[in-house]
Structure formats: C-alpha cells, structure tokens
Design a protein around this ligand. Structure first.
Ligand code: ZN
Ligand code: FE
Length: 242
C-alpha cells in the first residue's frame, strides 16, 4: 500500500521517501538535502512527485529547491510558515487533506517546536510523519511555543491508534532514553526499551520509526499528566547531560 525508505542525512536527520505503487506517486518528507534523496529515488526507479514539509527549519527544507528543480514536484507545507519557506506551492492547515495517489494524509497542527509545525497522518496506512514534534522517548524543543501547546500536541498524537507508525525526523532515541530513565526511574518498559536501543545503536541501526503504543508506554513527554509536568521535564531535558 505504501513503501517507506529511510534516508539518513546531515548528522542525525532522517529524510523519509514514501512511494504509493498504484499511482506511482513518491513523496519526500522534510528533505534536509537533495543529493541522497534523488539518488535513493533513482535507485528504485521512482519519480518524486511531491515534497511535504513539517516546518521551516533548514534541516527540513534545505533540499526543497534542488529536488523541485530536478523533478518538477509540488511542495506542500504549513500555511502558517509560508513566509519562511520560499519554495511552497500548497499551503495547508489543520484538517486539510493532502493526496498521495489514492491515499490521503490529514494535516494536524502541532505548534510549539515552531509556531506553524504540522504533522501528516495517513490513517489508511497507519503512518504519521511528525517532523520535530514527537521523537522516540522525546519531544521537540519549544523554540516558538509553550508547554501547554506541546502538551496538547502529545495528547492529540497519543489519541491516534496504537499501531500507528511514527516517522520522526531525527535519531535522538538514545539521548532521549537516558533522560527518560531519570524522569521515570520505576518504568520497566523504558528500561527494557533502552536495552534494545543501546544494542541497536551499537550495531549502527536506526531506532525510528516508533509506534504510538510504544511512545504511550515509554515517552516521558507523552506521559506527562499536565502541561506543568511536561514543562518541568522539557526544562530538565534541555540541561540534561547523561
Ligand atoms: Zn526543527
Ligand atoms: Fe530538525
């Protein structure tokens, strides 16, 4: 129904390439850069037809112009950040849907990391692209928003079906997990997960995608009971040296 390829980029970014075979459409989510994306598509004989951006940060839009120049693809991104993403064609906001062949992605507003940050939820494929809002055992830094907003984002993402695969834009899992062990010292599932994560990282493997169910069990930000608790945890993580 949908094939998703992970493309590591820069120091710890993941660019996602998603192919819908019936229509032949291929979308790139958050291209930090262009070359590895064009190479990955060419290797598979896929033609990139779309780019979806979650927010304006350069490590998420840096490849937009070159990929568009090479492929003529359409670029979709947050209406609220249109002034900060020069290459956008389609501006979307909460509740809009974006087509990928016969599949539809629903746009979910998740402001806080940046003021217009959005996520793309493909319900039929049980997939959500969350950019820098939700990470494995972590959440994005609050550069342009409040703990209350991020708390609402976590509640909203947590309400998606547990089997939903979560495609984050960075490999931050090990560092997040070290903090999660401190935030919830009695959480056995975090301890078990960290054993697996440490082994995967030692083998050089990626720990993303994750799932909503796994984050509900092990993510101290999604598990925060109040916005104040999330704020406390976010501040502690910002200065955490584990
Ligand atoms: Zn970012
Ligand atoms: Fe980023």
């Amino acid at each position: 129904m949908i094939e998703i390829v992970r493309i590591p980029a820069l120091s710890d970014n993941y660019i996602w390439l998603a192919h819908e075979p019936d229509s032949g459409e291929t979308v790139v989510i958050d291209p930090a850069e262009s070359e590895p994306v064009l190479a990955a598509a060419a290797e598979r004989g896929w033609t990139i037809t779309q780019i979806w951006n979650t927010h304006w940060h350069p490590d998420h839009v840096g490849g937009n112009a070159a990929i568009k120049a090479a492929t003529g693809c359409t670029i979709t991104g947050p209406a609220a950040e249109q002034d900060r993403i020069a290459t956008l064609d389609d501006m979307v906001r909460d509740g809009d849907s974006v087509a990928l062949g016969a599949l539809r992605a629903e746009v979910i507003d998740v402001p806080a990391h940046t003021s217009g940050h959005i996520a793309y939820h493909l319900a039929e494929a049980s997939v959500v692209f969350v950019g820098d809002t939700l990470f494995a055992m972590g959440c994005g830094r609050l550069f342009e928003g409040t703990p209350e907003q991020m708390f609402a984002n976590m509640q909203r993402l947590s309400a998606l079906p547990g089997e939903t695969k979560v495609y984050c834009a960075h490999e931050y899992t090990q560092s997040n997990g070290r903090y999660a062990l401190v935030a919830e010292p009695d959480n056995v599932e975090i301890k078990q997960r960290m054993v697996e994560v440490d082994a995967m990282r030692a083998r050089g493997e990626a720990t993303v995608p994750t799932t909503i169910a796994l984050e509900r069990a092990t993510n101290p930000f999604m598990r925060a009971r109040t916005a104040a608790e999330l704020a406390e945890r976010r501040a502690a993580k910002d200065s955490f040296r584990g």
